[in-house]
Design a protein around this ligand. Structure first.
Ligand code: ADE
Length: 228
């Protein structure tokens, strides 16, 4: 079975490529896709570039062109829930788009007709994540992740997202990947390690902790493959 492992930034997939060691690079749609074997799996690994549009393109390509049957996302996020500290891991139970707004027509934030405010991730993949977390004594949190085309470095915006979507963390790709996978019936799992708290220090903390947090997430994803 072919599994897609996706990140948004090079730093988010670099630890995966380092661990896997041997791969073939295929250029497609102005992006690089890395094809590899790991245990009994074929893998397609890529980073999309930041934001919902690029993430949608990459997730769709991994499924439609490269034939991925499951998709795992690895990366970093800003914490909303104060229990989440830098380096902590959160697995999305569901994802929503915090910047999607046609409330002028009486719809709730995050909703467009024939869509849904939140999309749930695959329960089997989340179970595997729990097993890995138990085995490694990692406190894996589960919760709602809110996605938007904004780097949030503002407490008022963060509080609005928390209040509106009851979200625990925020980032810039997950919900678009969820829309793609849900539409194409591909089970998906979105894991994020906290790099910042989406407050006025977020830019500095993101730059400081991107690499270490991205590695926490990538290492966990590799352990999941060992259990699949
Ligand atoms: N990813 C990591 N931190 C983030 C933030 N503060 N806003 C949006 N995406 C992020």
């Amino acid at each position: 079975m072919k599994i897609a492992i996706m990140g948004a930034m090079q730093e988010e997939i670099e630890p995966l490529l380092a661990k896997i060691g041997e791969y073939e690079k295929v250029r497609y749609a102005k992006n690089d896709y890395y094809l590899a074997k790991y245990k009994n799996f074929e893998l397609v690994i890529a980073y999309s570039k930041i934001g919902k549009v690029f993430a949608t393109l990459t997730a769709t390509t991994m499924i439609e062109k490269f034939g991925a049957k499951k998709l795992l996302f690895s990366g970093v996020a800003g914490a909303i829930n104060p229990e989440l500290k830098i380096g902590d891991l959160i697995a999305a139970t569901q994802l929503c788009q915090h910047d999607l707004d046609i409330t002028a027509f009486g719809h709730p934030y995050g909703y467009v007709p024939e869509g849904a405010v939140c999309i749930k991730s695959d329960t089997n993949l989340r179970k595997i994540a729990k097993t890995v977390a138990d085995e490694k004594s990692i406190a894996l949190k589960e919760g709602t992740i809110a996605t938007g085309d904004q780097f949030v470095a503002d407490v008022a915006r963060k509080e609005w997202i928390e209040k509106t979507f009851d979200a625990d963390a925020l980032e810039m790709e997950g919900a678009s990947v969820a829309v793609v996978c849900d539409s194409l019936d591909v089970p998906f799992f979105i894991l994020r390690a906290i790099s910042d708290s989406a407050d006025m220090d977020a830019g500095f903390n993101f730059d400081t902790f991107l690499e270490s947090s991205a590695k926490q997430s990538a290492d966990f994803i590799i352990s999941m493959l060992d259990h699949m």
